[in-house]
Design a protein around this ligand. Structure first.
Ligand SMILES: [Zn+2]
Length: 120
């Protein structure tokens, strides 16, 4: 089995890189920690790659292995060239500090998952 893992975003903002992903902060042991979606996606992608390779001997290709900008076209070209069995693209959404549980966004409305949405 061949799998492509695509850690979303990557790299610093630039003329070519307009979307560096969500950013946020959280309190850990009294210290405010700043985290970016691109760093978190890369960390999760590396852990997933290592676990899949070790446990299942799956061939894993990453669209990026460091915090660099990879244009969407290059990501889709890689997927077309490699013809994987599956592709996983990893992203995270931001939310207000008061959020509890998971949130999802549909249209312009953000609502807690436990509340039914009218925009299916
Ligand atoms: Zn994203």
């Amino acid at each position: 089995m061949k799998l492509i893992i695509d850690p979303g975003h990557g790299g610093e903002a630039s003329e070519d890189n307009q979307n560096t992903g969500a950013e946020g902060s959280f309190l850990k042991y009294g210290e405010m920690i700043h985290i970016t979606e691109r760093e978190l996606a890369l960390t999760i992608a590396r852990v997933l790659r290592n676990q899949l390779k070790r446990r299942f001997d799956i061939e894993v290709i990453m669209t990026r292995n460091t915090d660099i900008y990879v244009p969407l076209k290059r990501r889709t070209d890689l997927a077309a060239d490699e013809n994987p069995d599956a592709l996983i693209s990893i992203h995270f959404n931001g939310g207000p500090a008061t959020a509890r549980g998971l949130m999802h966004k549909q249209g312009h409305r953000i609502c807690p998952l436990q509340q039914p949405s009218t925009n299916v």
